[in-house]
Design a binder for this molecule. Structure first.
Ligand SMILES: Cc1ncc(COP(=O)(O)O)c(C=O)c1O
Length: 397
């Protein structure tokens, strides 16, 4: 089934005010999701926060199954978190690193993750090995294979869809190779979840982190973590509280057996309900249909941009997604964003992905090269894309 664009736009109040092409930043939240969030906040106002949570206990529990269904996992393999970085870190910081082992990462790894890995590398005397890109700009799986065969690898960390590059890394191929080598595979799916089907079995990842507000169209401040049941026991959380563990005997403690060991107790119940509603919303539309429409719109945008003489499109990769990055000769990315904002068109500015990772790894003072990032979702229209390109053309002397 394809997406009924009129119907999804009727459920997206924001389309009346803006042309929103910043879905990789934070999508326009659909009205059923926002109504869920606001509805719960109202109940907190009316009857009290703990009482509202008790009233919504079944629905709060169902959030785990909704998120699990979205990625082909089991509910006990899901933890909820306040952002994707923290979800990812809760698992990664819990890994029992052995000194002088190696971390393999892609060149398009999310820069925030690279900083965290640097800290872990310093603490545990680990070596970070950056895998080459292949000629298409994706992670080079042959290089990965050689490094896995050299051995002494603690973990492979990959960002599925980089923050600012329209490519989709070949995660399932990476997962297959990691499993064959018996190496932990951590996948950052913050930019892929909600814009394409994800299945942790075929991806072969042990850990997956996703955020709510981007392509999943959930509320801000929501995220989730998947940890494969078979590796849960190996990951003792770096931090515990009364929700994630219980005291035993005079001095001991017992960590809970499911992925909620990575959560903390206090949280936004409204946000969680919104995240669950967003997962259900995406599942009801069908992730195959979502991906088809997103890829189609992004390809339209790339080809229309490529026809503007001053514009360079930077996206690479064999499989592409809804993120489109470009620069305009003679104009800074930030100025383009401001100009588009004047026409009520939302885009964002981002560091060209590979240069962002390089600057974190090498500690260069020179900032990374900035590009404009326009990111489409299924509720965008062909006319909205033409509107963006029209503004760029109008400044194209
Ligand atoms: C690829 C990628 N990973 C992780 C994150 C972090 O997600 P969050 O902002 O929810 O911590 C982002 C955010 O932009 C991202 O683009």
């Amino acid at each position: 089934m394809s997406i009924d664009v009129e119907a999804v736009r009727r459920q997206t109040r924001g389309v009346l005010s803006v042309t929103h092409l910043n879905n990789a930043g934070s999508s326009l939240v659909p009205s059923p999701v926002m109504d869920t969030v606001v509805g719960h906040l109202r109940r907190e106002e009316e009857i009290g926060g703990y009482e509202a949570a008790e009233e919504a206990a079944d629905r709060l529990e169902n959030v785990y199954s909704s998120v699990a269904r979205l990625i082909g996992a089991e509910p006990n393999e899901i933890a909820l978190a306040e952002n994707g970085s923290r979800a990812w870190a809760m698992a990664v910081y819990s890994f029992p690193f052995v000194p002088r082992t190696r971390l393999l990462i892609g060149r398009t790894e999310y820069a925030g993750n690279v900083i965290a890995l640097r800290q872990l590398a310093c603490r545990n005397d680990l070596e970070i090995v950056v895998l080459d890109d292949d000629p298409h700009g994706q992670v080079d799986v042959e290089h990965l294979q050689r490094e896995l065969e050299r051995g002494n690898v603690a973990m492979v960390a990959l960002t599925h869809v980089p923050m600012a590059n329209g490519l989709v890394n070949p995660a399932a191929d990476v997962g297959r190779r990691c499993r064959a080598a018996g190496v932990m595979f951590v996948l950052d799916a913050c930019q892929s979840v909600g814009q394409m089907p994800l299945d942790v079995q075929s991806l072969g990842c042990d850990v997956l982190a996703g955020t709510g507000r981007k392509f999943l169209r959930g509320p801000r401040g929501t995220a989730f973590l998947y940890v494969r049941a078979s590796v849960l026991e190996r990951l003792e959380p770096a931090m515990l509280d009364g929700h994630s563990a219980a005291p035993t005997g005079a001095a001991g403690f017992e960590v809970r057996g499911d992925a909620r060991r990575f959560e903390s107790w206090e949280t936004s119940a409204a946000g969680r309900l919104g995240l669950g509603r967003a997962a259900e919303y995406a599942l009801a539309l069908g992730l195959d249909a979502v991906q088809e429409r997103v890829v189609g719109l992004a390809e339209q945008l790339r080809s229309e941009l490529a026809a503007v003489p001053a514009v360079t499109v930077h996206d690479r990769g064999i499989t592409r997604c809804g993120i489109v990055t470009f620069s305009v000769r003679g104009s800074e990315a930030r100025n383009i964003r401001t100009r588009l904002a004047g026409h009520r068109i939302n885009v964002s500015v981002a560091p060209l992905t590979s240069s962002a990772v390089d600057s974190v790894l090498t500690g260069t003072r020179q900032g990374p090269e900035m590009v404009v990032r326009a990111s489409v979702h299924y509720y965008n229209t062909e006319t909205e894309i033409q509107r963006l390109v029209g503004v760029l053309r109008s400044g194209d002397k």
